[in-house]
Design a protein around this ligand. Structure first.
Ligand SMILES: *Cc1c(COP(=O)(O)O)cnc(C)c1O
Length: 727
């Protein structure tokens, strides 16, 4: 077993939260609920569902809450049910095997590296809907990275922040304005456990910032074999102003954000040291995690290593992934603020202040700014973007750091994002593949195997897809019913909540963060043309929108409002819906339950995008501008594309192309029915969507690639020669 997996599951056995004890026969259910790996094991999911199906839905698949609420009689009955017990035993056997990584891909491929942990730092993690410490794509990607690493047996250890206040609950006012309310979570309902501090105290380490010591307490979450440590500053021992520093996700201005990043980076390194974990490679996922690199330089200097040599050593085993294709999206702070935040760390490093702060120098933002991406690049030898196109965009963005080099020669590569298959593919689709591809298909990404998806039975695939479509539409109705009865939704809003959606109509999904560049409102550029499509009585089209705007993003909220108002417009006959409170739970139902996934980012602003991959794994083709992953993913058989040449700043030509393709290709294709009303051409596209996603866009492929191209070379050391001049 590797160093990161032998730690005991939890420091405090999490049994105290169950109001009545579980029957001895089923005692392991608690343990199962406390490792989020249950969420990607179908049999484990089914076990919880079976305990109480309607409650399971109501609780949005939170097994800890379920075990707290289910009646004693029900549990006793299940304990006496031989069929349930047999399945329970199988799941428990699997959970026990999860503790062991002897037979994993990593153990086979890199047996000599199994005891060398890899630290993975990220400002947010999306593991499950019930743990709201993520805001969107970056967090869900980081979650999928950890899950895939667990499957592969990669000795990863995660470092993140314990945002006690959660992200936020979204409610849309009747006028379409988004209202944000805090979404704090109850510690007794999440699989997160405190790690004991040092010397009987609660904190594990201390970080000085703005002249004050901040004690850091740590919580652990088990993600299969991967332990993720979440930092928390809400301790009585801390100054009242410091206690909430880590409570809110991306809230507040740059000053708070700087402190959060400082505590994550510096605190994270110290936490690992306090836990006795000595990583052999370090991965900063996005610039927010960059202070981790600086802290390691400081530590080396404190041990007597000269500054330049310390930077070189840190650099040699560090990996940095950038996720932002626009210069303004990269975090940067004033150097005076950074100096105040950090305190005189240069004294410990034996150099003057400027030498340290110039690690964050970027020629485009100037000498007075500490640019996190520039700092990460100076301190990480291996740097990558998250799609082929984004790799190229990043080379151009970063080229000022290598004066005199052509963009193509800038040493920034790419690893295209991927999604965790077992998390995102619906059970019924997996069942179809079980029957069709035989066992173990889930661990394969060979093109030959995925080619076989093309011969899936049309009737079965269509039947399965329609079932998933019904699940989504039922959810829309039930959520509206609940909100109406709670009086958080008024009667005139019910139609726009999706209660009139028709499972037989072509249903197009658009769900993601409401950032302006994603252009959710582009669809409404020509209302007349859209209305003709939507209200065609023999071939109707309907749209389902979902997504949150960042609480501080007023333009994003305006776009949301604009879209929302169309859901209330009778001329669209109830065929345009907005479902509130997008999160991982809703994301599952949407990517599994619509016919087509729509994405209209302004090129080249989408670094990768991942929701379209999730949809494709479920046989939902994508229609997107050619940007991010779609440039690699689109092959003419698996969806539709708007060429980058067409894309214009105002979006007029893009919108025109969108309508034309919908009118002349998408709609005719969907409604072209053969025997038994089967859309044979459409089914072929669905199968191709699955084929391409299964071969190229899984988390397994992504993490294997990180291991081969970045982690293993970082650990083993190689002779890359790309030190950027420190200008
Ligand atoms: C996958 C996912 C995202 C990212 O979607 P994009 O296509 O990258 O915009 C955002 N939020 C949630 C909840 C997701 O599951």
């Amino acid at each position: 077993m590797s160093a990161t997996t032998i730690a005991p599951l939890a420091s405090r056995e999490p049994t105290a939260t169950t109001p009545h004890p579980l029957p001895p026969r089923l005692l392991g259910l608690t343990q199962l609920a406390h490792n989020v790996a249950w969420s990607w094991n179908r049999e484990a999911r089914n076990l919880f569902r079976e305990i109480d199906e309607s409650r399971w839905q109501q609780l949005k698949h939170n097994p800890i809450l379920l075990l707290q609420q289910v009646s004693e009689e029900r549990l006793t009955a299940l304990a006496a049910n031989p069929d349930f017990c047999a399945r329970y035993d199988r799941v428990m056997k699997w959970l026990a095997a999860e503790r062991n990584d002897e037979h994993t891909w990593y153990a086979r491929t890199y047996p000599e590296l199994r005891d060398q942990p890899i630290a993975y730092f990220c400002a947010e993690f999306g593991f499950h809907n019930s743990v709201p410490i993520y805001s969107g794509g970056l967090g869900v990607l980081a979650g999928d990275h950890c899950k895939s690493a667990s499957d592969l047996g990669v000795p990863l250890v995660g470092l993140g922040i314990f945002y006690r206040d959660g992200y936020f609950d979204q409610r849309i006012r009747p006028d379409g304005w988004q209202e944000d309310s805090p979404d704090p979570f109850d510690l007794d309902t999440v699989p997160i456990h405190p790690v004991p501090g040092i010397g009987g105290q609660r904190h594990l380490t201390t970080v000085n910032t703005f002249g004050r010591d901040v004690h850091i307490r740590v919580w652990r979450m088990m993600v299969g074999r991967v332990a993720v440590y979440l930092l928390d500053s809400d301790l009585e021992e801390n100054h009242a102003d410091d206690r909430p520093l880590l409570s809110k996700l991306y809230a507040g201005g740059p000053a708070l954000r700087l402190r959060q990043e400082w505590l994550l980076g510096v605190g994270g390194v110290r936490v690992l040291r306090a836990l006795g974990i000595a990583p052999s490679a370090w991965h900063a996922n996005e610039g927010h995690a960059g202070f981790m690199l600086l802290e390691r330089v400081r530590m080396l200097c404190a041990d007597g290593v000269p500054f330049d040599e310390a930077v070189r050593q840190v650099r040699s085993n560090s990996v940095f992934t950038t996720h932002t294709p626009v210069p303004a999206g990269h975090d940067h702070f004033s150097i005076d603020q950074v100096a105040q935040c950090a305190g005189p760390i240069w004294e410990e490093m034996g150099v003057d202040r400027t030498r340290v702060l110039q690690l964050g120098f970027h020629p485009t933002t100037g000498r007075d700014t500490f640019h996190m991406t520039a700092a990460c690049i100076r301190m990480s030898r291996r740097v990558n973007g998250v799609s082929e196109r984004h790799g190229a965009v990043s080379r151009t963005l970063c080229s000022p750091l290598w004066p005199g080099r052509d963009d193509e020669a800038v040493p920034v590569g790419h690893v295209t994002n991927g999604v965790h298959l077992a998390t995102w593919m619906a059970n019924p689709i997996m069942q179809l593949l079980d029957e069709h591809l035989g066992p173990n298909w889930g661990h394969e990404r060979s093109p030959e195997l995925w080619e076989k998806v093309l011969t899936l039975d049309d009737e079965k695939l269509w039947g399965t897809h329609l079932r998933l479509k019904h699940v989504l539409m039922r959810l829309a109705r039930e959520e509206a019913r609940k909100a109406y009865s709670r009086r958080t939704m008024q009667a005139p809003q019910l139609v726009g909540a999706g209660t009139l959606l028709d499972p037989h109509a072509l249903t197009i999904g658009f769900a993601r963060r409401f950032a302006t560049y994603k252009r959710a409102n582009l669809l409404f550029r020509d209302v007349e043309r859209l209305r003709a499509l939507v209200t065609n009585s023999s071939r109707p089209v309907q749209f389902v929108f979902s997504g949150k705007a960042h609480p501080a993003d007023t333009p994003g909220k305006q776009v949301l409002q604009e879209v929302y108002q169309f859901t209330r417009d009778p001329q669209f006959e109830g065929r345009i819906a907005f479902i509130e409170d997008y999160g991982m739970h809703l994301a599952h139902l949407l990517v599994q339950g619509v016919d087509l996934w729509l994405n209209l980012p302004r090129v080249p602003l989408e670094a990768s995008g991942t929701s379209g991959m999730k949809a494709a794994l479920n046989g939902v083709p994508q229609f997107s501008t050619i940007d991010g992953w779609w440039e690699e993913g689109y092959d003419g058989t698996n969806g539709w594309a708007i060429e980058p040449e067409v894309d214009d700043d105002k979006g007029d030509r893009t919108a025109d192309r969108l309508y034309t393709l919908l009118e002349t290709q998408v709609v005719p294709n969907f409604y072209d029915r053969g025997d038994d009303d089967l859309p044979l051409r459409w089914l072929r596209m669905m199968k191709n969507a699955m084929r391409v996603a299964g071969t190229k866009f899984t988390g397994r492929r992504m993490v294997e690639q990180y291991v081969r191209a970045y982690y293993a070379p970082a650990i083993l050391g190689d002779a890359l020669q790309d030190d950027p001049p420190i200008a």
